[in-house]
Design a protein around this ligand. Structure first.
Ligand SMILES: Cc1cc2nc3c(=O)[nH]c(=O)nc-3n(C[C@H](O)[C@H](O)[C@H](O)COP(=O)(O)OP(=O)(O)OC[C@H]3O[C@@H](n4cnc5c(N)ncnc54)[C@H](O)[C@@H]3O)c2cc1C
Length: 593
């Protein structure tokens, strides 16, 4: 075991130090084409070509290739994960690595005031497994009402009762405690785990919530309102990416081909914009094309699926005209963007709660046994709660019981944090009323898209967050937590001139410390009309016969949870929709009914 401990200790030190000097790219420089005059090389054909081997792409490819008569090619721009990626606590550092595309938003009017140019960091996973390769692993499904709303918007087959079987299908909740079994699956490929050694202060916080009418609840079941320990997509304390869950075990399937470091630039459409017959991509600085005999399935996520669509002539006419891209279909691609907004460092709370002294080595020893601080995301979010508001459906709170985190100081990796633990707490705006958009910067596929979440431009969004943060102070000041002498310390850098707990004080905190929680949806939203949505309820792009979108971009409205479970569900359901469309007839032909 000593060798393994040495290996992981060095791995953490070397990789973490590297992230401190990593320069994020300004565009997709590594995919530059060496010889632009060279014609693309054709590499043959597959039944299905999946663009993006992220969360949804992995599920689709894994499920479709269960049928041996169906061939699937996955084109993923990123690389494979490594042992460092698998350590949950390193997720924060992965944002400064080649596993993150490195996007930033356009300058925000109201938010991200402590970030250069008011541009929020906008991480997206660039790795086989997509954003599940860099995410915080929290499995929070949302309210059943959110999905009933999808159906009420006209999307047949997407009510909660319709989609519950697909939530169950992806998950294996066998090791979770305190759950309502009726709402969970126990044999899916994605294992869920609780953090094994939660702090007593988190436990007490959960008890205190009871005084405010919020019980311990399985928020992934019928009753969202309340609090409970976080559920993570992990196996033995290690990150479980969608690729590891759905594709790694099936890589010997002859009908499955995954090609990494392949950057898809265009969907190849016929002149009427009705049928696609494949895609163009760049690999090793050369252009290639591949044919899809049945479908192209877009799974590049809420930011890049719209970008590739628009580059291919499928998007808002005014956008495409601006860059002289011939318009094949005028669709609201990139519009309607909804994102959630997180104020993680909303407050520091001093306590008399002491923590055991840790070292990298002691953490590694625990990690190798499947527990300890390396097995929880860098945010140390041990518990999650959901609270109600009078004029707003719901916001989320995160309980962070420690300030002890990994940091690089003078090229050395340290676990920072003082003698006393400092608890933190964060609030999340789940149902933003402010609507943003993704647009093109140019017609060059190597340019990053322009991301404008348009945070907090609607008054109600700010009001809901102010109420949430103020509520957290009430909880920290409540009786149960006083045994830890919890004291909320007013922010003293940007907001010191405002009266603590006044509306303007919170507004200042939110404007400076809030940022994305990485859950954009609806940029290729599902719906009935091609004027207000991009795909139908079978996820086919309106007006096309065989171009489908299966990723977070089709989610039509915000959900009261994080996004990963919803995307797993969407992809599992999409796989069934596709299998049904091409179900075997007696003659074993594929049918297109
Ligand atoms: C930092 C971070 C933390 C998060 N934390 C959580 C969490 O704790 N809980 C939760 O529920 N959700 C979380 N999420 C959100 C969740 O991971 C995503 O919503 C989910 O992964 C989206 O799935 P997707 O398939 O739509 O896109 P992705 O998983 O992002 O996959 C898209 C894939 O397409 C690839 N791609 C993009 N463009 C191209 C191209 N042109 N050619 C080829 N490939 C391309 C990308 O490299 C990527 O692999 C987090 C996200 C991030 C970024």
């Amino acid at each position: 075991q000593g060798d393994e401990v040495d290996y992981y200790e060095n791995l953490i030190i070397q990789n973490t130090v590297q992230t401190s000097t990593y320069q994020r790219p300004e565009f997709c420089s590594e995919f530059n084409v060496r010889n632009t005059d060279e014609a693309p090389v054709a590499i043959g054909s597959y039944d299905f070509v999946v663009v993006g081997g992220g969360l949804a792409g992995s599920v689709i490819a894994g499920r479709l290739t269960e049928r041996p008569d169906v061939s699937v090619l996955v084109l993923e721009a990123g690389k494979r994960e490594n042992d460092y990626v698998d350590i949950p606590a390193m997720d924060g550092f992965l944002k400064n690595s080649e596993y993150n595309w490195g996007f930033r938003t356009v300058p925000q009017k109201v938010a991200c005031r402590d970030q250069p140019g008011f541009r929020c960091d906008y991480p997206r996973g660039k790795i086989y497994g997509g954003s599940t390769g860099i995410n915080g692993l929290a499995n929070i499904r949302g309210n059943w009402r959110d999905y009933d709303k999808w159906a009420a918007m006209g999307n047949k087959g997407w009510s909660f009762d319709d989609v519950l079987p697909y939530f169950k299908k992806y998950e294996n909740a066998s090791s979770l405690v305190g759950i309502d079994a009726e709402y969970h699956g126990f044999s899916g490929p994605v294992t869920l785990e609780n953090y094994k050694t939660p702090s007593n202060i988190t436990k007490t916080f959960m008890e205190a919530m009871g005084l405010f009418g919020y019980p311990i609840t399985d928020y992934n079941a019928k009753n969202l309102f309340g609090i409970n320990y976080n559920q993570f997509t992990q196996r033995n304390g290690r990150r479980l990416t969608s690729a590891a869950a759905y594709l790694f075990p099936n890589e010997d399937r002859k009908n499955l081909k995954v090609k990494t470091e392949c950057y898809v630039t265009h969907i190849l459409m016929d002149q009427r914009g009705k049928r696609t017959n494949g895609v163009e991509f760049i690999h090793n600085n050369r252009k290639y094309i591949v044919t899809a005999t049945k479908e192209v399935i877009m799974a590049a996520g809420s930011i890049q699926t719209p970008q590739i669509m628009m580059l291919s002539g499928l998007g808002p006419k005014e956008q495409l005209d601006k860059f002289s891209i011939p318009v094949l279909k005028n669709l609201p691609v990139g519009k309607n963007m909804l994102d959630q907004f997180y104020v993680q460092r909303a407050m520091n709370v001093t306590t008399n709660y002491t923590e055991e002294k840790r070292t990298i080595r002691s953490d590694v020893v625990q990690y190798l046994q499947g527990f300890g601080r390396l097995t929880i995301n860098v945010g140390n979010i041990e518990a999650i709660g959901f609270i109600e508001h009078k004029r707003y459906p719901v916001t989320e709170i995160n309980v962070i019981p420690t300030s002890a985190v990994y940091a690089v100081e003078n090229k050395e990796v340290r676990i920072t944090g003082g003698k006393y633990a400092v608890a933190q707490a964060g609030g999340i705006l789940l149902h933003a009323k402010s609507v943003g958009q993704v647009t093109l910067q140019s017609a060059d596929p190597l340019d990053f898209p322009l991301i404008d979440p348009n945070y907090l431009t609607e008054e109600d969004d700010m009001n809901a967050l102010v109420e949430t943060l103020d509520f957290l102070v009430d909880v920290y000041e409540s009786g149960p937590l006083q045994k830890y002498n919890t004291t909320v310390v007013p922010e003293s850098t940007y907001c010191k001139d405002y009266e603590f707990r006044s509306f303007d004080y919170w507004k200042c905190v939110i404007q400076h410390y809030g940022t994305t929680i990485y859950h954009p949806v609806a940029t290729c939203k599902m719906g009935q009309s091609h004027e207000t949505s991009v795909v139908n309820d079978k996820l086919l792009v309106h007006g096309t016969e065989n171009l489908r979108i299966v990723d977070a971009s089709v989610i039509p409205s915000s959900i009261s949870g994080h996004l990963m479970p919803a995307v797993y569900m969407v992809a599992e359901k999409a796989a069934d929709i596709i299998k049904h469309r091409y179900r075997k007839t007696k003659s074993f032909d594929c049918t297109t009914h």
